[in-house]
Design a protein. Structure first.
Length: 93
């Protein structure tokens, strides 16, 4: 008789412990999710703070591209590449 009661009590205690652990896990997951969202918002804000707007070009505008290569034989070469005409404006940004 004692063994049957012990098994029931043991099962009840185990189920209560499992429920408590599950509740604690759910709470931790919720807090972690909130913290992740908060950090993502801060990162987004800091990224957008340093970002500048892209240059807008119109069709038939003339543009040059600055040559960014450097090296021993580049001292007297031209600093800009060609004179290019904008043929089509893409809606990338």
């Amino acid at each position: 008789m004692r063994l049957k009661n012990d098994l029931r009590i043991r099962e009840l205690i185990e189920s209560e412990i499992l429920d408590a652990v599950q509740d604690e896990r759910d709470e931790l997951r919720l807090r972690a999710k909130e913290n992740i969202l908060k950090i993502q918002q801060e990162n987004r804000k800091n990224f957008n703070k340093k970002r500048k707007e892209p240059k807008k070009y119109n069709e038939d505008d003339s543009r040059t591209i600055k040559c960014t290569q450097s090296g021993p034989g580049m001292k007297f070469s031209s600093r800009y590449l060609g004179l290019y005409t904008v043929v089509k404006v893409l809606r990338n940004d």
